[in-house]
Design a protein around this ligand. Structure first.
Ligand SMILES: Cc1ncc(COP(=O)(O)O)c(C=O)c1O
Length: 444
């Protein structure tokens, strides 16, 4: 073959195979027209009112194979499943990659990285040059935590309700380098931004350099007043790292609007991107001072791509992010946020009426969205979680951590209200007033 034909063939393949944002995307082929028709029907309806529109959401549910799982998955906060078209895209890329892995991955699929960066930036509302694509929130946030220069005695403030992987990373720096990692603690739910900001403010000393804050607290779903914390910190010359694992792809916000300096997230939570995908955002003028976690030829460079020297990893998963973005944008960010909040309130408000059942999360819109904690008097979180699974085939996550003792429940857009009715019925059967069987079973 002549070289010119080769080149044409190369670009033809690249366009077809990395076409998550083109007319060739699976989303365009199998979903876009029907979704557009549905959206047209409800074009004048606000996202808040659309939250209750079962006709629209039934259509979205059909896009997810998880909606017909025999085990009801109410731990979407842990990891979320992908829509079928995302799974199909990954499968297609994977089949192709295994024909000639290094050719298809590095020469074909990798052509999709820059378009993907741009599309992620559109959703994040930031400059694409501020975004690195990686494998999860742990990788993104550990990159920042280990990548910042700090001296012995410099202080970092976090809270006891941050995520363990990040707390451990700070503790490791404390052990190795003698930085000081201070942790404040909250008694959630808190429905008062000022008291939260104040708690961080009071912990600041002349040696404080950084505040580490979790946007949505994973244990009980509390939404933290990140922007106010950032403004308070910046007034004092401090930097803020935001753990957005549970917020990106769920809450309708832009990263720059948080006014943070660093932000890391997984994409396999509420964005429903393939499992094993994440993203790092660094404010443009700070990129050069962060050392990459893994190697790079120019570690002090201001090019965000220095954080993508990850070696061989799954390009099929990475490119699958594109179809997840298509699906998310097709639903609409605000509609999705309102629907998931509606689902949380749908079950939690019913559960609140059951004697012996307690909700551990604020139900006010400003303070929670997808996640709420629940407990049943007479059952430990582990017992409640086990009984929900063994008796009712409902998967949740049990939490006994410090001052938090509950079962965490997190529905997603594919969750049906009928599923939540089944969950509430299970709670009512496990509640103590329903024969006190919990207390009896514990021999109390
Ligand atoms: C608040 C928070 N941060 C970070 C993570 C880590 O996410 P990943 O396991 O995708 O790295 C989680 C995981 O659940 C989380 O809840």
């Amino acid at each position: 073959m002549k070289p010119v034909t080769n080149r044409r063939e190369f670009f033809r393949k690249a366009a077809v195979l990395t076409g998550a944002f083109s007319v060739n995307s699976l989303y365009q082929q199998v979903f876009a027209a029907d979704l557009a028709a549905k959206s047209q029907l409800y074009k004048d309806v606000s996202p808040e009112r659309m939250a209750e529109n079962e006709d629209f959401w039934a259509f979205i549910q059909q896009g997810y194979p998880a909606s017909s799982s025999p085990v009801l998955n109410l731990n979407n906060g842990g990891v979320s499943p992908s829509p079928q078209l995302v799974l199909d895209a990954v499968e297609r890329y994977n089949q192709m990659s295994n024909q000639a892995p290094s050719y298809y991955m590095w020469r074909i699929l990798d052509q999709g990285r820059e378009p993907l960066r741009e599309k992620l930036a559109l959703l994040a509302g930031c400059d694409p040059e501020e975004l690195a694509i990686n494998r999860n929130a742990t990788e993104a946030l550990n990159t920042i935590i280990y990548g910042l220069d700090l001296e012995k005695g410099d202080e970092v403030i976090g809270c006891k309700q941050d995520y363990p992987n990040m707390m451990q990373a700070w503790s490791q720096r404390e052990q190795r380098e003698g930085i000081v990692y201070k942790q404040i603690s909250f008694d959630f739910p808190v429905e008062d931004d000022e008291s939260i900001v104040d708690a961080y403010r009071k912990a600041i000393s002349p040696r404080t350099k950084i505040i580490h804050v979790t946007h949505v607290i994973n244990w009980v779903g509390q939404i933290m007043p990140v922007k106010k914390i950032c403004q308070m910190a910046h007034d004092r010359g401090l930097e803020v790292i935001v753990d957005g694992a549970h917020s990106f792809g769920l809450l309708d916000f832009t990263i720059p609007d948080l006014e943070a300096d660093y932000f890391g997230t997984s994409l396999h939570k509420y964005l429903s991107a393939p499992i094993g995908t994440g993203m790092l955002w660094i404010k443009k003028d700070k990129i050069s001072k962060v050392w990459p976690l893994l190697c790079n030829g120019d570690p002090r460079s201001a090019d965000i791509r220095k954080f993508e020297t990850l070696g061989t990893r799954s390009f099929p998963l990475e490119q699958g992010i594109g179809e997840a973005l298509n699906f998310h944008n097709g639903i609409g960010a605000k509609r999705k946020e309102e629907r998931v909040r509606y689902l949380k309130n749908y079950w939690a408000e019913k559960a609140l009426t059951i004697p012996g059942v307690k909700i551990h999360t604020s139900l006010k819109a400003a303070y929670s969205c997808a996640i709420a904690g629940v407990s049943v008097r007479g059952l430990t979180p582990q017992e409640l979680g086990q009984q929900l699974l063994s008796k009712y085939k409902i998967h949740t996550t049990s939490i006994s951590y410090g001052n938090i003792n509950c079962v965490r429940v997190s529905p997603h857009v594919y969750t049906r209200t009928a599923d939540l009715d089944r969950f509430v019925l299970a709670l009512s059967r496990l509640a103590p007033d329903n024969g006190n069987q919990n207390i009896e079973s514990k021999g109390a």
